[in-house]
Design a protein around this ligand. Structure first.
Ligand code: SF4
Ligand code: SF4
Length: 100
């Protein structure tokens, strides 16, 4: 079960040094400079696909990534994988339905 209060990625601003390495590390642009303060923030959390690339790249240890967050993009990928791996016949029926 997912915890609706958990976000997929969080940034602890109290330890972030604003080095901006996460801007390059994240393939989906989750981190962006805040328009007002100019400091890096999590601006697009729903675009996180939980690849964990940003975590080791942060020299301050400011980033945390969680599997337990509601994440429509990730959920959709996992649901499809579950069906393909666990129920291949059902997946084939869905594909056939989509073609009709
Ligand atoms: S886990 Fe991956 S997609 Fe999510 S914020 Fe980090 S680098 Fe970006
Ligand atoms: S890599 Fe870490 S310390 Fe650097 S800007 Fe991103 S969150 Fe802050």
């Amino acid at each position: 079960m997912t915890d609706t209060n958990v976000r997929p990625v969080t940034l602890d601003a109290s330890v972030c040094t604003d080095c901006r390495r996460c801007l390059d590390a994240c393939p989906t642009g989750v981190f962006q400079p805040d328009p007002e303060s100019g400091r890096v923030r999590v601006v697009y959390p729903d675009d996180c696909h939980v690849c964990f690339l940003c975590v080791p790249d942060c020299p301050a240890g400011a980033i945390a990534v969680s599997w337990d967050a509601p994440n429509p993009r990730l959920r959709s990928i996992y649901d499809t994988l579950d069906i393909v791996l666990a129920e291949p016949a059902r997946h084939e029926r869905r594909l056939a339905d989509d073609e009709n």
